[in-house]
Design a protein around this ligand. Structure first.
Ligand code: ATP
Length: 292
């Protein structure tokens, strides 16, 4: 299963809920940059005593309960009383804790993959409901493509497919805590009304298939907060623009920055230039394929 990364083309934080989460309005886009999740019932004899065997090619990620893939698979095996040992392999390409939704997407691919492997017959809605218990972005990742997500991420509206363009991702080498960024948000009452208007601009640009308009409408409420702690984020946004991007913005709570390019060569040149000073640089495109 391919587990696609995502970026936020538009992200507004509307209000804090009584459960401590925030209601958002965000337009998310799946990207071709993806992890690979391989699910199998072929388990080495020595490991058959374990119901679930998880391996990952990135030593930075734990392969136990701390991994969302493990938690999602453990839940499905127990809930549907599956007694066959399962092995899962993660090939990690999406940078970790980068605002690109890698953990959520791996979790989504695991749920969708196990549903197929064991013919569980769960619908997309049922998978999204289960996915939401593991993370707010999991329902988006299950369907993928281009979507408006509202509430904490559970209210999804599928938008028309994103037009083709080239997208350069560059991760500022700093650690960002999503919870810490959200704790610093100052909210005001007029935001929801203004946000509805802004989302319409992004939706119209997508419907028109106009890359320049989509890029012109980039907005991320969290950028100021992340950049206050890490000014490198704004510096990188500026740099990507000077390298020929139509526009650039931060994804999620950061620290990854993305730039939109009309032209492959310009995007490749920008990548080469960024790689001189930044380790994590990727070139990708909007992804239309859905997991389900
Ligand atoms: P989001 O954009 O949804 O906030 P993110 O891209 O910022 O997510 P992830 O890469 O999903 O961040 O990782 C967030 C945390 O989740 C990390 O601290 C990581 O250890 C943990 N995690 C658990 N499982 C995974 C996984 N399979 N892949 C990546 N991170 C995982």
């Amino acid at each position: 299963m391919q587990a696609f990364s995502k970026i936020n083309l538009y992200l507004e934080v509307l209000e804090k809920r009584s459960d401590g989460y925030h209601n958002l309005s965000t337009v998310m886009q799946s990207l071709g940059l993806c992890d690979l999740i391989t699910l199998s019932t072929e388990v080495a004899n020595a490991c058959r005593a374990l119901k679930l065997q998880l391996t990952c090619d990135d030593p930075h990620l734990p392969v136990d309960k701390r991994n969302l893939v493990y938690r999602a698979a453990d839940y499905i095996l127990k809930r549907y009383k599956i007694n066959v040992p399962v092995s899962i392999k993660i090939e990690k390409n999406i940078p970790i804790a980068a605002g690109l939704g890698g953990g959520s997407s791996d979790c989504a691919a695991t749920l969708v993959g196990l549903n197929k492997l064991f013919s569980l017959g769960l619908t997309a809605d049922e998978l999204c409901e289960i996915g939401l218990t593991f993370g707010a972005d999991v329902p988006f990742c299950i369907r993928g493509g281009t979507q408006l997500a509202e509430g904490v991420g559970e209210r999804l509206t599928i938008l028309p497919p994103h037009p083709t363009c080239w997208i350069v991702l560059a991760r500022v080498p700093v650690e960002v805590s999503t919870a810490n960024i959200f704790s610093k948000i100052r909210l005001d009452r007029t935001r929801a009304e203004q946000s509805d208007k802004n989302v319409i601009t992004t939706k119209n640009a997508i419907a028109a298939g106009n890359v320049a308009q989509i890029a012109g409408a980039f907005y991320n409420r969290l950028t100021g907060i992340t950049a206050a702690a890490h000014p490198e984020v704004n510096e990188l946004i500026m740099k990507i623009k000077t390298l020929g991007a139509i526009n650039a913005a931060m994804s999620g709570s950061g620290p990854t920055v993305f730039g939109y390019f009309n032209n492959e060569d310009t995007a490749k040149n920008a990548c080469a230039e960024l790689k001189k000073t930044i380790q994590s640089v990727y070139i990708t495109q909007p992804e239309r394929m859905r997991m389900i």
